[in-house]
Each structure stands twice: as C-alpha cells, then as structure tokens.
Design a protein around this ligand. Structure first.
Ligand SMILES: [Zn+2]
Length: 384
C-alpha cells in the first residue's frame, strides 16, 4: 500500500468539476487508487509519502508530442520511446501519445509498429497510450514544419492495419474527397482532429457539427486565422464545443491568445499539449525534426527558413504558463491535462482523476508547478 498525506488534492466534486481537497489521506493499493481515509486510518506496513502541503493531482496526459530527451517518435525504435517515457514522467506526465510526422508512409508505419510494441511492453516511465498521427492527410498550404512532398490524400486502407494503435489523426477537412474516411475513423474509435488546414470557417464548423469531429490540433498554429469577415478555423474552434489543443509555451501562442481561447471556450474543452521535439530537455543547439534541420535557442525551435518547428516545452511548464496567463483556478487548468484528454481518448474510466478504482498515476508539484514526485501504477517512479 501507498499513502499520500498532507497534500492539496485535486479531485472531482459531485458535478465532476475539479476542486482542491485538503483533508484526508489518499490510499493506493497495488496499481490502483483505493480512496481517501482519515489520518488515523492508514493501514500498517504502508509506505507513506508526505506531500508537504504541495498539490497532488492525477498524472498528466500529453496527446501531442513528437519527442524529447534526444529521441523522436519517427526514430522508430523502442529505445527512443523509452527515453521519451522517462523524461515525460519527470515532467509529471504519466501517459502520452507519441506523435508521427508527415514523413514517407513506410517510415510512419515503422513508427506506428514500434508504438504498438511499446503499448504491449510498456517501457519504464510514462505509459505509451497509442499514437497521434499528425499528417500525412494535411494541407500543403498549412504544412508548418511538415514535409510537403510526403502529404497524401486520405485513404482509410492506409489506417486500417493500425486501428489499435492510432488514437488521434490530424487532418485538413478541405482536402478530404468526402467524409467516409472520418466516419470509418470514428467507427474504429479514432479521434479525428482538424489541423494543418486552410479550411474556411463554414467547412470547419460543418466538420464538427455535421461530421462529429471533436478536436482541433494546436489552435492558432497551422490553420486559417480569425478575421472579422472570415472567422477561419480559429473562429470555428472558438464557436463550437470541440476540444482545442493549445501549445501554451508563449512561443506558439501569445499570452493574450491563450487568454482569448480560455474565455472563448468558457474554460472548458481545452487540452494543453507540448508538441515538443527531440531537443526538448537538451538545451540550446542544433537538432532535427522529420529529417529537417532545427536550431534551438531558449524556448524557440526553428527550421532554417525561420519556421517554428515544434516546441521544447515540458507539460509542467505549460501548466504553469497557462495558469499564469489566464488567471484561472488551478483545478480547472489541471482538467486540461487530465480529465479532458482522458475523456477524449475514452480512458476516463481508467485514468484522469484521483478516484477509487482508477490507476494510481499521480503527480505531486509545488506552486511553481515543479514536479516533486511522479507515481505511476502505484509506484513512486520519480523523485524531483
Ligand atoms: Zn506536432
């Protein structure tokens, strides 16, 4: 048994909204959360963690991450995913979707095969929950740091063998011949996400309201912007209840843009992501993304031509930045990295909140959102 005491526990209230609970001790039995007990009721032979007044939250989920710690999903090796899993756990993440790039299709397939193996073997650290396929079914006009020559027309035959591993597909709806591809993804339980898209407002809203797409990839980045007569994909993201990813690193989105998203969405349906690349966690210098050269300086990672090429942000840092920029209550921010992505992936029965029966994936952090401890499956994995 494992007990965590003296914490500010971030838990759901009766309505399911996250709040802070200060009383009681959180008990975990084997891999799962058992529930709260009073101070005097800790069973004997229990390993007790004193949270020292810090926050105790469900482990974070990162649904969009290419790489970190010198490794990238497209390396296609289990060692790369293991390195990512270890660094993710140090930043409070207990589950993630390694994210593929618009590379040659056989390279994407190699990466997906490796993610599938990792889902079974589960390296030490954050759990590999499946893959996010960013491209190749995107718009050349909004390719961002994705390689144009590898962009393809959506064809479900390509995805079919990977139904068990692919959890999210980012695509440009205006490039689809019809919505048959999307219907098939939904039938297989794959989340389709609007991103790297030059669609107009009407196309994006219809994709959400008429075709059930419920996710936008890194809102603001690589999509048509907002203008008063042409609200664009950004306007559609604001004006629907679909989940909106945002890279809250102050590089990919200005603090005011983060605040505007927060207000437009009423604080709901927001998912913080890192979209980080292999340079994350390594400091300044040259790096690589999808076969292209990248240079990192501070918080900025760019291609040769100056295009921003993914981030070097960590999830705990994104939580801190979005918290600061929006002035929202912390439990509401924590929903954006736990409950909301867990619901999106249909995993909320299993992870995403500190409730009995769920996996004991837990992060303890302070006011600066510095990670003190990460518990994965009931075992302390990382001490900060
Ligand atoms: Zn990405």
């Amino acid at each position: 048994m494992l007990a965590i005491q003296n914490g500010k526990f971030i838990v759901p209230n009766e309505a399911g909204d996250f709040i802070i609970r200060q009383e009681g001790v959180l008990l975990c039995e084997r891999e799962n959360i058992k529930g709260f007990v009073a101070e005097g009721e800790i069973p004997e032979n229990t390993e007790v963690i004193d949270a020292q007044g810090n926050y105790v939250a469900p482990g974070f989920l990162n649904v969009h991450i290419h790489g970190c710690a010198g490794a990238d999903t497209m390396d296609g090796t289990e060692e790369a995913l293991a390195r990512m899993a270890r660094l993710q756990a140090q930043t409070g993440v207990t589950g993630f979707l390694p994210t593929t790039m618009t590379c040659r299709w056989h390279e994407v397939e190699d990466a997906l095969a490796t993610v599938m193996e990792a889902m079974e073997s589960q390296p030490m650290g954050a759990r590999v929950l499946g893959a996010h396929m960013e491209g190749p079914f995107i718009s050349p006009a909004k390719k961002g740091a994705q390689a144009e020559e590898n962009i393809r027309q959506a064809d479900y035959k390509m995805v079919k063998p990977w139904e068990k591993v692919v959890k999210i597909i980012t695509l440009a709806p205006e490039e689809l011949p019809d919505y048959d591809f999307v219907d098939k993804c939904h039938a297989a339980g794959i989340t389709v996400s609007i991103g790297h898209t030059a669609a107009d407002y009407d196309t994006a809203v219809s994709a959400v309201k008429e075709h059930g797409i419920h996710h936008f990839t890194h809102v603001y980045n690589a999509m048509t912007g907002f203008s008063h007569r042409a609200p664009g994909v950004v306007g559609a993201a604001f004006d629907t209840d679909a989940n909106c990813e945002i890279i809250a690193d102050n590089v990919h989105s200005h603090p005011a843009a983060q605040r505007l998203l927060y207000h437009a969405k009423g604080g709901k349906n927001i998912v913080l992501i890192t979209d980080s690349l292999r340079a994350c966690g390594l400091g300044d210098g040259p790096s690589e993304l999808g076969g292209q050269e990248v240079f990192v300086k501070g918080e900025l990672a760019t291609l040769k031509d100056g295009t921003i090429a993914g981030s070097v942000a960590t999830m705990n840092r994104c939580v801190k930045i979005f918290w600061e920029n929006t002035g929202a209550e912390l439990p509401q921010i924590i929903e954006m990295v736990t409950k909301t992505p867990a619901q999106e992936l249909a995993l909320y029965e299993e992870v995403g909140s500190l409730e009995s029966g769920k996996r004991a994936d837990i992060v303890i952090f302070d006011e600066e959102v510095r990670v003190h401890k990460t518990v994965i499956g009931g075992k302390v994995y990382y001490h900060g």
